[in-house]
Design a protein around this ligand. Sequence first.
Ligand SMILES: [Zn+2]
Length: 180
Amino acid sequence: MKIDTNGWLSGVRRIASPNFDPRPPGTAIDLLVIHNISLPPDQFGGPGIVKFFTNQLDINAHPYYEQLKDVKVSSHFLIRRGGEIVQFVPCRARAWHAGVSNWQGRSRCNDFSIGIELEGSDFVPFTDRQYAALARLTRRLLRSYPLRDIAGHSDIAPGRKTDPGPFFDWPRFRANLKNK
Ligand SMILES: [Zn+2]
């Protein structure tokens, strides 16, 4: 995986999202934020996430989608259940994944973070292929950006967000980062 100057990775599927804007000038990208998402909730493999991140979600396709009307969000990366990595926003740009957030006294975490969504939920384990892809992607990002911390969405928005949830195995992930 190579990363170009804008922060697009080669070798991953690219689906450009319109939901991004520039980071504040001079901002170091020093935080990685791990999320989970599934659309409809707890259903995997459908087009909902991609449609949501590209503002093409059909609000009538599922009752849950009504609350997502006119919501504009994105993430830099999505890792699907089979381990496929999709990139929506180049890393140099600010994706809209964190919302109201704070990490160690710094608010607006979108300004200085990269967001990775795992297709999943708070109620089922993630897949082996997802852990493998996440480790590969994270190791690549660690070589290109001055990432100092890795946090869950629930860590930067406690009380508001629960993802990546109790099934995300942090020790496994951190151990994987040390492997080649
Ligand atoms: Zn999240």
